[in-house]
Structure formats: C-alpha cells, structure tokens
Design a protein around this ligand. Sequence first.
Ligand code: C2O
Ligand code: CU
Length: 508
Amino acid sequence: MDGAALMHGAVGRRAFIQRAGWVGLGAFGVIGHGGPLGLGAIRPAEAAADVREILLETRQVKWELSPGRSITAMAYNGRVPGPEIRVKEGERLRVVLKNSLGEPTTIHWHGVDVPNSMDGVPGITQKPVPPGGTFVYEFEARPAGTRWYHTHFQEHRQMDLGLVAPLIIEPAGTEPFPFDREYTLVLDDWATGAGRALPATREGTAGGRGEMGGMMGGMMGGGMMGRGMGGMMGGGHHSTPAYDTMTINGKAYPATEPLRVRKGERARLRLINASADHTHVIRLAGHQLRVTHTDGNPLVEAVAVDAVPIAPSERYDVLVNADRPGSWWLYCAQPGHAAAGEQALLVYDGREGRRPDAVKEGTAGLHLWHYSLGQGRDVLAPASGTVRSFSQTLSGGMMGSDAWTINGKQYPSTDPIAVNRGERARVRLGNMSMEAHPMHLHGQSFAVLSVNGQRLAHPLVKDSVDVEAHMGAVDIEFTAHNPGDWFFHCHKPMHMEGGMIALVKIAG
Ligand code: C2O
Ligand code: CU
C-alpha cells in the first residue's frame, strides 16, 4: 500500500509488523543491539495465532529532518515517527516495549479504549519502564479509526524528540467511506536550534471562531520572544522552545516524500497532529478536502472544505477526489509553516516534473473546517440513566508563568471527575486563558455537544477537543464505560506539565 510505503521508505510494513510467535520476533533481530531483548515474559505457547505481536524498541538515533539538518532524536524502531501499526478492529494486539533509552519511558495508546492498566500513564496505571527494561502492552484494538501512540513520560521532552507514531485500526465491518489508496501523514514541530522560530498557536482555530494562531501570536510579540522573556525573568520557569522546523512524517521539505495519485482515484489522507504547540491548517492546492472522520470516528457524511485546522493531538481523515491532474502542494497554511518544511508534493501519474503553483500562506477567503460543520454518528456506549455534570475552568499562563490550572488548581491538586460505570458524564469546559487548550480524555471517546454556545445538532465524536482562547467554551459528554483512573488533560505538553490535568475516576 502506498501510504505504508511512504511511511516506511523502502521497507514494507510487514517487515515491522508480523504475525505472532517467535518467527515474528525473529524478524526484529535487525533492531536488536548485542544480544537477546529480554523477552522472557513471552512464552511461545502464549503467542497464539490470534494475537498480533509487535516489538517496539525505544532508543536514541541520529535523525535527518532535511539535508543538512540532523538531530539527536528518540525513536521507536529507529524511525521518526515510529512504525505505523495496523490492526483490525477487535484484534488482540500485544506490544513488547524494550526501552533502550538512557531514561524511563511508557507508551500511551491515544484514542483506544484500552484496559486501564495498559494506558501508559506513569504513576497512575503503571511504573515507568526503566532503561534496559521491558513492558508488555496487550489489549483489543478498538474502536476503529486513525489512532496513535506516543510516550507518556516527560512528554514535553520525549514527544518533542520523536516518540510518536500512527496506530490504524481498520473497521471490522464495511468501510463507511471507500477509497482507492491512502496515506498517513504525521505532522510535527521541532526545536532544532537552527532557523527562525515560529510563533506559537495561541488562539486555536478548531472551533471556527478564532483568528489564525500564527497571526495572533505574531501580534502579541511572537510566541518565542514573549515566552522566552517570561521564562528568563520568571527564574526557574522553562520557556516554550523555539520551534523552527515543521515536518510531515519526520521530514521537512525538500526531504518530504511526494504523494502519488492516479486520475479518477479517491485518496484518503489520515492527518495526525503530533505537535506540541502548533495547530496546522492543512490544504491541498487545487482540491477540496472532504472531511470524513474526527479523531478517527466517522461522520454521517463527508464535509467539503478548503483547509482543515488540526489542533495538537487531533486527527482528521479526509478524502481527495483526484480530478485535477498535475503536480500540487499539500501544505500547512499557517504563516511560516510551509517554509519551515511543512509541504509535500502530490503528483498525478504521468505529471511528474510539472512545476506546482507556489504555496499560498494564510486562510483569507478559504472555507475552513470547524466543529459545527460535521455531523457525528451516535456511537457512544449506551448509558444507564444517571447524568452527572461537571464544570472546568481552564486558566493559567499569566505573565509568562508556566502554571496552568483547572478550576484554579494544578494537578495533582485538581478535583477529580468521579462517576460510576455506565453513567453519563457531562463536562463544561471554559477557557479563561490567552491560549487554546486541546483537551484529551483517556480510555473513552466523548461527544462534543456544543462549541462556544452553539449546540451541535449531531454531536461529533472525538477524544481531543480544542477549547479556544479568550472565553472559548465546549460541552462534552461521555459514557463512563471503561473503569479506572484516567487522565483528562491539555495535550500541549507544556500546559500538561504545568498542571492542566484532572483525573476521571470511573468506579467499576
Ligand atoms: Cu495523547 Cu495523555 O495523551
Ligand atoms: Cu493547554
């Protein structure tokens, strides 16, 4: 499949993902360094044929973002992003993590309804996996959709260095939006120390009301400058890194892989924003994007737009009707992002060598995706009756501070959302701060009931929702069907580490 080939270069994904058993593990010999991988926990007898077993090794690598720009990264199986894992909905997945970093790590399965003990949150659901240690994650892969996995240990450092990867769960039933070929595109921001720093996304765009983040950030003195000064003057605060490079699948243009299509085809793009600090506004010149899934969950029908803003940790699946032969830029319209590497060619067969029209920055005049445009399907687990309501005010970051709060408190002092299994929980999120917060719930997806006071007739199903800066408001609702203690937090690691986390405690 072309998408997989793009992700993994010359080596097909089958080389990374094998059917269970020692045969499969043998294929991973290539990643081992000097000796056995300490897989004593796995006995061949357990490696039944209906379990898909995958070995992931975390270690430091030198990674070339673009010619002449290499960094010391942290990688799963030597690549950035890590290998795409692809399974069928309901299939049992066993991932053996071998930590060859010089520091602890864990893996979180973002958007997957895993049992609590497999959720990868250190101190809550497991102990961190020490250097040289192993941990076995095992769960049934569901629900279907574009999911992802990433470290949940010191995210700000480890995610920024590359410990992110796609997890694609193919539907067990029929695919609601058929396509001819697909590409998975992981978007990421990097602070390499070389190149001009890009302003942080402040406003958020996903609700459809905000200005372009880059513009606003620029007006406010530049994310870098403003925050950098705050950090310096605050003594002991760490400032936002100077993000200067933007990548698609671990590469900045001109190193990005071109996408190929044939005239008449329908191509599916799975867009995953693994960035720490930036909303990307993805556009394909000459074409509309038809949004079919929000965070992996299908809409009732596709929504045609010119560009799709994607907040950190969000995913959108879009279809492209390949009806304009030529060579076109797929790129981010946020000011400066394409120039910082976030552009790739989409080339029709037979149109190689065509010069594409130049990238156009900004979103003026474009029809942008926002939450109220989509109609979600009612796929949440049925509830037993009781509805409990909670309200969370998000604030912090005042005067360059790195403290971020929920109802005035920083985690672990934040008030938990306590519910019983089977109940419905409604959470009203209000943003009193100057930055958008993409809030993510572990363990189950939620419905987005309303955005900035506007009720959605058909709530979207998501696991991350961007709450816009300056009084942005979002109401969500979920069925507490997965017992355990779950993180609910802002997916900007700076904000999360600054305290913007609450626990959702589901008594089983
Ligand atoms: Cu994408 Cu707490 O995670
Ligand atoms: Cu935040």
